[in-house]
Design a binder for this molecule. Structure first.
Ligand code: ADP
Ligand code: MG
Length: 683
């Protein structure tokens, strides 16, 4: 079987199952092989009663000699078994609140019991987790370490297991991209072994060996890939001559004072400008901390020094907003500001391109369209990327190549741990805006269950009466039968008739034409629209200070950092502001995540909790950003493996920067990085 064949070639997977597999992101054999278990059920620790230790998880084969049901309290009952193992050792076993066991099993029956040992006054009691009739385990394979996969409705764990078994049994050739010398050097098993044992571990040790290899690969390919992508960006000396006090007048005339934190960051930016080294700086600052004005000052500094700057935003809506603000705030100065958009007339666009090339335009704002091949600059010297976490690595790279020598300033509200920053950005300097502008009030946050959503919309009505505006966010655009999530269109119908009969209410999502988006956003800014029902297109950057309440449907579907970003759309003026998170899940983790949102408004704390609750891979949405996911590797737990992989990647790139003599690795990088695809996020 070829790794890129469709999973439909696997025995037992017909069109119906294929669709379910596809829902899990599994399209070909390769995807299936890399669909790792989320956990394992260890059925391999088979013991006799005289061998067990306290608190150990074990499996016992035994005969039931007595079975009875004891009611302890109204909400607590125990099925108590007396058991005898194959060596005639006697013990007991308790199952809490599982009364059906009494009906299903009889005395004298042979069973397998899975549970935890509890020794009390020299007596052994097994706290049972599972009990099964013995014949089910005649086939000893079932007593192995059993993989547990994340599933989707309609697909069973067994389906994934048997698909994989079929692949492994059919001599699928899994070629290793890491050669033997390197494997020896880092004590790595080969890839075939790793993949077989991460799914069907022979024993605990094999699983450990397999996971080590998989984790190493994840770090190694990620790091090597990033080095490889960066390789063209050879460091050059700067010959730009900057005089960095030309914005003084501009700053003095701002309608507000810069905060201490903003001033500190600006100082660091100026130092970069004046030094001979290219600027490579990340500005981290919580939502609403005022990153935009810092970026604008840096861009103006360039313009006043007769260099060009580019300001790149992840969505067109945000680009338009930045452009308008920049134009307004710099109108008294003699500089040209332009925007490049998707829906421009050909003539208009050509005009901008011409003036960029001639240097007539000093600052251009836009989305990733800024790095189309036809966009040329005269002397681009600063690229600012807003909301960095929303861009793919490839995209950032492309724009940096447009200037002979380009200073790079990226801005993000999502704090990134040092180790990962190093991986993703290489040698990046970090500035932090650790303070909000004065006068901001805490955004009151409340999480409520879906059945109580009436509360949320009544609150919205109240806010509108006070003259404020409302954002409502849902995960979906259209209704989708297979899905129970709330959609923008459905909600629009419901809410309009029920709560907002007399108010102007509009819809905003990524599939609308750019013109329509601009129009709606402007109407909302001008307070002509009172309620905006949107997808996460409004997640980043949008600044409408009169909006005071954010309602998020199906909050359980969003990451904490994302919820925090969305919440950051309100509380941007001096009004008391609110965020109501509606959730539809009984999941414990969801509850915990909602608690975090209620308790704190601090993006750094939220990010840390999010990392704890979801793990780094999902937290950064690595895959969406064109960076391969870390499924097994954990940048917190596997620091040693990470360091080894990073060092080796460094060695290789030093010797062979183009990976000419490492073809297999290069292929693997391209595959994992999805290098042939665009990786912009569309909300
Ligand atoms: P973010 O860091 O989330 O991008 P913005 O740059 O959009 O935040 O700033 C949020 C709001 O705060 C804007 O309305 C901006 O004009 C305002 N602002 C920025 N800096 C200050 C300041 N020093 N004092 C008062 N308001 C400020
Ligand atoms: Mg911003």
């Amino acid at each position: 079987m070829k790794l890129n064949s469709s999973i439909q070639y696997i025995k037992g997977i017909g069109p119906k199952k294929k669709k379910l597999f596809n829902n899990l992101g599994i399209k070909n054999i390769y995807d299936l092989l890399y669909y790792f278990p989320r956990n394992y059920e260890d059925n391999s620790n088979k013991k006799y009663l005289n061998e067990v230790n306290d608190k150990e998880d074990i499996v016992i084969k035994a005969k039931i000699t007595k079975i009875e049901l004891k009611k302890i309290k109204s909400n607590l009952s125990i099925v108590k078994l007396v058991i005898k193992d194959e060596r005639e050792n006697i013990g007991t076993c308790s199952f809490f609140n599982q009364n059906y066991i009494k009906k299903l099993f009889k005395e004298n029956e042979d069973v397998y019991i899975f549970g935890k040992v509890k020794v009390f006054m020299n007596k052994i009691d097994i706290q049972g987790k599972k009990i099964e009739k013995a014949f089910k385990y005649e086939n000893q394979e079932n007593l192995a370490i059993n993989p547990i996969y994340p599933l989707t409705f309609g697909l069973k764990n067994e389906d994934i297991k048997s698909g994989l078994k079929h692949v492994f049994d059919n001599n699928t050739y899994i070629q290793d991209y890491i050669d033997e010398d390197l494997r020896k050097k880092y004590k790595l098993c080969d890839l075939d072994y790793a993949l077989r044992n991460i799914h069907f571990p022979k024993d605990k040790n094999s699983l450990k060996i397999a996971m080590y290899r998989i984790a190493f690969d994840e770090f190694f390919i990620l790091q090597l890939g990033l080095f490889y992508l960066k390789e063209e960006n050879i460091e050059k000396e700067s010959n730009l001559i900057f005089q960095t006090d030309r914005t003084k007048n501009f700053i003095d005339n701002l309608p507000f004072e810069l905060t201490r934190a903003q001033n500190n960051v600006l100082k660091e930016v100026y130092e970069d400008f004046e030094s001979k080294k290219p600027m490579n700086r990340l500005i981290q600052g919580d939502v609403g901390s005022g990153k935009t004005i810092v970026a604008i000052i840096a861009l103006l500094e360039c313009a006043f020094n007769n260099y060009q700057g580019a300001f790149m935003a992840p969505t067109e809506i945000l680009a338009v907003q930045h452009y308008e603000y920049l134009k307004e705030i710099s109108s008294i100065y003699d500089i040209n500001v332009a925007i490049l958009k998707g829906n421009m007339k050909k003539k208009e666009r050509e005009n901008v391109l011409l003036k960029l090339k001639s240097g007539e335009i000093s600052i251009v704002v836009g989305t990733h369209a800024l790095f189309n091949d036809d966009v040329e600059f005269k002397n681009l010297s600063l690229v600012v990327t807003d909301e960095q976490h929303r861009f793919g690595v490839n995209q950032r790279k492309k724009l940096n190549l447009k200037g002979d020598f380009t200073n790079v300033l990226v801005m993000s509200a999502t704090p990134i741990p040092r180790t990962l920053a190093l991986m993703v950005y290489g040698d990046l300097d970090v500035s932090i805006i650790d303070e909000l502008p004065p006068g901001r009030k805490k955004i009151e946050t409340m999480a409520i269950k879906k059945v109580k959503n009436d509360l949320a919309y009544k609150k919205a009505v109240e806010e509108i009466k006070k003259g404020r505006q409302v954002y409502i966010v849902c995960p979906l655009i259209d209704d989708n039968e297979e899905n129970e999530l709330t959609s923008v269109y459905q909600l629009y119908e419901d809410l309009k008739s029920k709560y907002f009969k007399d108010e102007k209410i509009e819809i905003l999502h990524g599939k609308l034409k750019n013109k329509e988006k601009d129009f709606i956003m402007n109407e909302f800014k001008d307070d002509k629209i009172k309620i905006l029902i949107a997808t996460t297109v409004i997640e980043v950057g949008i600044n409408v200070p009169n909006a005071s309440i954010m309602i998020i449907e199906n909050s359980e579907r969003f990451g904490l950092a994302q919820l925090h970003q969305l919440r950051g759309r309100v509380g941007r003026g001096s009004y008391e502001s609110f965020c109501i998170l509606i959730y539809d899940s009984k999941n414990e983790v969801t509850k915990k995540r909602m608690d975090v949102m209620e308790e704190t408004n601090d993006g750094f704390i939220i990010a840390k909790k999010d990392l704890e609750l979801r793990g780094p891979g999902q937290f950064f949405g690595l895959k969406q950003h064109g960076v391969p996911e870390l499924k097994v590797g954990n940048i917190f737990k596997h620091i040693k493996i990470l360091n080894k992989a990073q060092n080796e990647a460094k060695n290789i790139i030093k010797e062979d920067s183009n990976l000419k003599s490492n073809k297999d690795l290069k292929i693997e990088i391209k595959r994992r990085f999805d290098l042939d695809k665009e990786n912009m996020i569309v909300s």
